[in-house]
Design a protein around this ligand. Sequence first.
Ligand code: ATP
Length: 310
Amino acid sequence: MNVARTAESVHVRAPGKINVYLGVGGRHDDGYHALATVFQAVSLYEDVIARHADDFSITVSGVEDPDSVPLDDRNLAMRAAKLLASAAGYDRGVALEIRKSVPVAGGMGGGSADAAAALVACDALWGTGFSTARLHELAARLGADVPFALHGGTAVGTGRGDQLNPALARGRFDWVLVPNELGLSTPVVYGRLDALREERGALADDPPLSLDVPIPVLQALRSGDPELLSESIYNDLQEAALHERPELETTILRGIHAGALQGIVSGSGPTIALLCGDPESAQQVQSELRVHGLESLHVHGPVPGARVIS
Ligand code: ATP
C-alpha cells in the first residue's frame, strides 16, 4: 500500500537562507546576472500543509500585511504545485496552507522555500514518487533560489545561483537577523547595482559573466570558525541595498558594536544578518539591539532543506 497516497494531508517544512557570500557579475542576455554565491539554510522555517482538493487554492498566515503575498498564480508555491501536477499528469488540485516565518521580500528566499515545500508536499500527497533529481529540475524552472531550499545545508550556487554544489561546513554558525517591516524588491536592488556600476563606468570594464566563490570563504566554512568566516562574508548587492535604505548601515554598525563579529545585508535585503561567535553573544546582541528599538531573531545554520514533518 502506498501510505503517502492515502494521507489526507502532508506537512512540509523548508528553511529560509542567508547568502554568506554573494558575488554579482555581468547581466546575461536573458536579463539574469551571473552569480557566485554561498547559501546557508538557517533555522527560520516556512511550513506548508497540502490537502487534497479538486482545485488549486492557497491560504497564508504569519504575515503582518495580508496583501504582501499573492494568493493566485503569482504565488511561487501555487506555481510549484501546478508545475508538478502538469509534469506528473495529475488532474486534480491541492489546497495549500502556508504558515510563514521568513520575512516577506526580506532577501531570505521565503517564497522559494514555500515553492520547494509545495513540491515536496504535493509529491508526497499525490504519491507522485518523483526522484530528488527530478524535483530539483522542476525547482530550477521555478526560480534560482528554489533548488537550494530543497537542498538545504550550505551550498555554492553559480550560474544564476541555481547550479548547486554542496559546500563543507563544520559545526554551527549563530546569526542574529534584523528583519525590516518594509520589504525590498529584488529587481529594484539589482537595477540599482547596474546603475551604480554604470555611473562608475564599469561598462568599459564589463563585470565577468562567470565567477567563482573566493577560496577563503570556503576555507572559513570548513573550519567552523565564525571569526574566520566573519573576515570573508561579503555581498555585492549590499551597496545597492544600502543606497535604497541608508538606515540599514546603522543597524549593521549597532550589531557590531553590540558584539557581533560582522554584519551583512542578506541577499537583496532588507534583512540584516549579524554573525555572532556563539549563542550567548547572539543573545547579548539581541538585547542591545532591543534597547535601540530593533527586534531581532536568533537563528543558526546550516539546517536541512525541505522535509516532510508528518
Ligand atoms: P528573493 O528570493 O527574490 O530574494 P525575497 O526572499 O526577498 O525574494 P520573498 O518573500 O521570497 O522575498 O518574495 C518576494 C515577492 O514575491 C513578494 O513580494 C511577493 O509579491 C512574491 N511572492 C510570490 N510567492 C510568494 C510566497 N509564497 N511568499 C511570499 N512572497 C511571495
